[in-house]
Design a protein. Structure first.
Length: 248
C-alpha cells in the first residue's frame, strides 16, 4: 500500500497547487464524489505456495459490501490531470472450490482499492462540446480473505497483490440544452505490464443546477484480467452511478 500512499500524496499536491492558483481564469478544478452500485461477475482464485490447494470463487449475483468512488479533475488551459479512486468489498459464500473439488462451506471476501491517475490534453473544444485524450497509470490493490472447509481440510488465510499498469483513454462531453448534457469516458490498459488487459467504460446524463454544481447519472463498467503467483483474477464490475460535481 506504500505505492498507493504515494499516489494519493501526488494527487493531493496537485489539487492544493491548483486550488491556490484558481484566481487565474485558465485554472479549473472539479471534485466529484460518486456512489457506484456495481455488481461483480467473474472468477477469482487464490494460489498458495505450500501444499494447500488453490481456492477459487465464482462471483455472479452476489451482494456488495460497499463500493465508493470519487474523482478530482484539475485543468490549466488545454492540459489537465484526472485522479479517480474506488474502494470495493464483495463476499461469496457459494460456488467456491478447494482445488478441483467443491467446498463444503466457507466464504471468500475480495476487497481492494482501484485508482487511476492520468494526464490529458483537450484536443477539441467549442461552446457546447469537448474531447480529451489521456494517458497515465492504473493501480489495483486486491486482498482475498479466505475461510473455507473442504472434505478433508480447512483453509483460513489471506493473500494480496498490488498491480500498476499503463493505460490510454478518451473522454467526451456535450451540452444538449442549458441544463442537460451527456458525457462518456473509455480507457484501455495493461498491455501485458502487470495485467493482460483492463478496460473501463463510463456513460452519463448530466444536469447542471448552477455553473459550478452538476449531477451525473449513468452506468460504469470495469473489467480486468491478470494472473500472478498468488492470485488469478478475471472479473468485471458494472452498475449504475450517481455523482455530484462541484466546480471551483
Amino acid at each position: 500500500m506504500r505505492d498507493l500512499t504515494k499516489f494519493l500524496a501526488a494527487l493531493a499536491t496537485g489539487l492544493v497547487a491548483a486550488t491556490s492558483a484558481q484566481a487565474q481564469d485558465d485554472w479549473r478544478v472539479n471534485v466529484t464524489p460518486y456512489l457506484w452500485l456495481a455488481m461483480p461477475k467473474g472468477d477469482i482464485a487464490a494460489i498458495f505456495e505450500n501444499s494447500d490447494p488453490s481456492v477459487g470463487a465464482h462471483f455472479d449475483d452476489v451482494g456488495l459490501s460497499g463500493i465508493f468512488t470519487g474523482a478530482v479533475d484539475v485543468r490549466y488551459g488545454r492540459f489537465g490531470m484526472l485522479g479517480d479512486l474506488t474502494y470495493y468489498s464483495i463476499k461469496a459464500d457459494k460456488d467456491i472450490t478447494l482445488g478441483s473439488l467443491p467446498a463444503i462451506s466457507g466464504e471468500v471476501e475480495v476487497s481492494g482499492t482501484k485508482a487511476l491517475l492520468v494526464g490529458y490534453y483537450r484536443a477539441y473544444e467549442n461552446e457546447k462540446s469537448s474531447v480529451d485524450v489521456m494517458a497515465g497509470l492504473h493501480y489495483l490493490g486486491t486482498e482475498l480473505d479466505i475461510d473455507v472447509t473442504g472434505p478433508n481440510r480447512q483453509i483460513s488465510r489471506g493473500v494480496n497483490d498490488d498491480l500498476w499498469d499503463p493505460m490510454v483513454g478518451v473522454r467526451a462531453k456535450t451540452r444538449l440544452t442549458e441544463h442537460i448534457g451527456l458525457s462518456g469516458l473509455a480507457t484501455y490498459g495493461g498491455f501485458g505490464a502487470s495485467s493482460d488487459s483492463l478496460y473501463e467504460l463510463h456513460g452519463y446524463v448530466t444536469y447542471s443546477f448552477t455553473p459550478t454544481i452538476t449531477a451525473e447519472l449513468g452506468y460504469r463498467y470495469y473489467s480486468a484480467d491478470w494472473s500472478t503467483d498468488r492470485i488469478d483474477y478475471n472479473a468485471a464490475f458494472g452498475g449504475p452511478v450517481l455523482g455530484i460535481t462541484f466546480g471551483f
